[in-house]
Unconditional design. Structure first.
Length: 388
């Protein structure tokens, strides 16, 4: 294999490792926050600040991705990011003050996880079947997150200093042996599908509209998932049952990534995104109208399945439309913005309107994002890119 000749299986493997290393913190947030909160006696406000700051740092790294993704030696960037994740998570287990922990987590998000998550989008775009590649990466990331979350009590006993953060250290270290591969990849700005080469220019504008669509669409799971336990307990579901249902829903979500992996682009991207939106809206409405633990688990599972399923096709659609590579590397920023703004908007509405505001926020965000995708697909057909 010469320069720029990395084979497809290695592209998918590298992209999957980066995706898992960059997004693992989102899946491990509950045990990670519980571990730090118990060790340092942090209050809920401080824990929320830690989560928000690290997530925002990942988004900032992605937002500025177009400025560095092809300007910095990617082997150096990935190697440095791996060392930041390893050293930063080790340091998080040794530091004793909230301010020091907060600064450490921001650095990890900005220079470690954010670099990984941004780079994975540029790498997976170079796979032959982009939809299937994103589906594989998401599925592996969910499985890894579930395994580490489920084994967190054991990890706390085995590694008392870092606990579940050992899972973040492990996946960061797993990237290091593959850093050399980056010199065999094309720069993000040089990746083109044949349809893009043959068709009139104009895809970049569509890609940025799709980014905004994904940011709005992600406000729906952000609002629903953040407050679903609160709504369930207000309906009389025991807290322990609600927590179990949420965990079961996360595991069921694997089916969404698996479905996208199996189907690839067989049905295009329009109908998967439409059906995924319905898979968010309908369960959210039915959940609001129902009572009982079974309904909670059922609708949460459906919701999470379609969240993952839609995510794969939204990411691949942006990548397929992006002429420059700039929009593709900003996908994590769009996701982080939605996951942050959705809970904020829903939380403000709950104060004055009660738990029903969660459902309303979920529906409004999901349909608003879908509306922008309708604009994207209409424009796609108009400029001759209907086959993409």
């Amino acid at each position: 294999m010469g320069a720029n000749k990395l084979s497809d299986p290695w592209i998918v493997l590298l992209g999957t490792l980066l995706y898992s290393a960059g997004s693992a913190i989102f899946y491990l947030m509950p045990p990670y926050l519980a571990f730090l909160g118990g060790r340092l006696s942090l209050d809920p406000g401080q824990l929320g600040t830690l989560a928000a700051a690290e997530s925002a740092a990942i988004g900032v790294a992605s937002l500025f991705g177009p400025l560095w993704i092809d300007r910095i030696d990617r082997r150096f960037a990935m190697g440095f990011a791996a060392l930041v994740c390893i050293g930063g998570n080790l340091a998080s287990g040794l530091l004793g003050g909230f301010g020091a922990i907060l600064a450490c987590r921001v650095v990890i998000g900005l220079l470690g996880e954010g670099v990984f998550y941004t780079a994975c989008c540029a790498v997976l775009t170079q796979a032959r079947n982009v939809d299937r590649a994103f589906g594989i990466a998401l599925t592996v990331a969910v499985i890894y997150g579930a395994l580490v979350t489920g084994s967190s009590p054991f990890l706390v006993r085995l590694f008392p200093a870092v606990g579940p953060m050992s899972g973040l250290i492990l996946i960061g270290a797993a990237v290091l042996p593959f850093v050399f591969m980056f010199d065999r990849l094309k720069p993000a700005a040089e990746v083109r599908t044949q349809a893009q080469v043959d068709a009139p220019r104009g895809g970049t504008g569509i890609a940025f509209v799709a980014l905004l669509g994904q940011a709005l669409w992600y406000g729906a799971p952000g609002a629903f998932w953040t407050f679903v336990e609160q709504v369930a307990t207000d309906k009389g579901v025991p807290t322990s049952t609600a927590e179990f249902a949420v965990s079961a829903g996360e595991m069921a979500g694997l089916l969404g990534g698996v479905a996208a992996t199996i189907l690839g682009d067989r049905w295009g991207r329009f109908w998967p995104i439409v059906s995924a939106t319905a898979g968010l809206v309908i369960p959210a409405i039915l959940f609001q109208m129902s009572t009982g633990a079974f309904a909670l688990a059922l609708f949460l599972g459906i919701f999470y399945i379609f969240w993952n399923y839609g995510t794969v096709y939204q990411m691949s659609f942006t990548a397929s439309m992006d002429w420059t590579g700039r929009a593709t590397v900003m996908i994590p920023a769009a996701q982080v913005f939605g996951l942050s703004f959705g809970p904020y908007a829903a939380g403000e509405l709950i104060v004055g309107h009660g738990d029903g505001a969660v459902t309303v926020s979920t529906v409004v965000f999901a349909l608003s994002g879908l509306a922008l995708y309708f604009v994207c697909f209409a424009r796609q057909r108009r400029i001759g890119l209907a086959a993409v």
